[in-house]
Design a protein around this ligand. Sequence first.
Ligand code: P6P
Length: 334
Amino acid sequence: MLQRISLTQFLIGEQRAGRVSADLRLLLEVVARAVKAISVTISKGALAGVLGEAGTENVQGEAQKKLDVIANEILLQANEWGGHLAAMASEEVENVCQIPFDYPKGGYLLLFDPLDGSSNIDVNVTVGTIFSVLKNPAKKDADPVEADFLQPGREQVAAGYAAYGPSTQLVLTVGKGTHAFTLDREMGFFVLTHPYMTVPDETREYAINASNERYWEAPVQRYISELRQGKEGPRGADFNMRWIASMVADVHRVLTRGGIFMYPLDEKTRAKGGKLRLMYEANPMAMLIEQAGGAATTGRQRILDVQPQKLHQRVPVILGSRAEVERVTSYHNV
Ligand code: P6P
């Protein structure tokens, strides 16, 4: 029987190899415990009265689901007291979330989308938590400000997501490969089940919200048209389409069996810079995909090289199988 290791054993190994500090290991263990609590809450669904609207809006002006608020509270409360963080940032909170004054501060910044794809909650479709870890550039005991978070994605020291699906999986990189851990609910901990995930260079599967076609820029319209023409078209092959409308679920499929995931710039989202958020959606996903051998661009530049201007800024996202991402990116440069 394959001797599987726990997340804790994996992180201790990464610490011994000098890839993570004791504080970063603690941080990731605390995040793992928080996503376990979120998983338990989600799995109760209607039985726990956690479905439906919260009756509030988030900083994005989007109606919050009850579980958006619950997941956000779980992550904030789990991480604020441990002494490993200097501050946090959440999709659900406009400003920087400071560590309460009676708790010690540490050297890391944690950013997260506590429950991505929450519009799928009420129809029982996979949703997830996405997180990103940066080093705190500010002086140790000073309260970090928004500018301290505005680091390019290549500065991330860790990134990951939890996918709350048929099983709950935690997908993580600390800079040496992308690895998936499956929650063993009976034992109560995550087990390494998919070490060194790799995204195949080639794919025959694409993910995009095709209802936006008339709003896309010409390079994307060209690229998708070629895929749709199949064997008779310039690609000489048939392609399949998937769109779950839950980034974690769509990206997890790409990580697991290849594909290209696209939320490109379109006329509907141009004024806002795109649909998906850079700091706690695009950047962590881009790091995970690149660590698995894939590529991630805005269509015009590598996502991990984007210099953030605002905490909640949005970017176009094209990520997955390298050959396809490079092709559609090249169409933007003709
Ligand atoms: P659309 C979910 O709201 C989300 O932020 C991502 O998880 C997902 O990929 C995208 O929006 C879906 O957007 O326009 O298809 O509803």
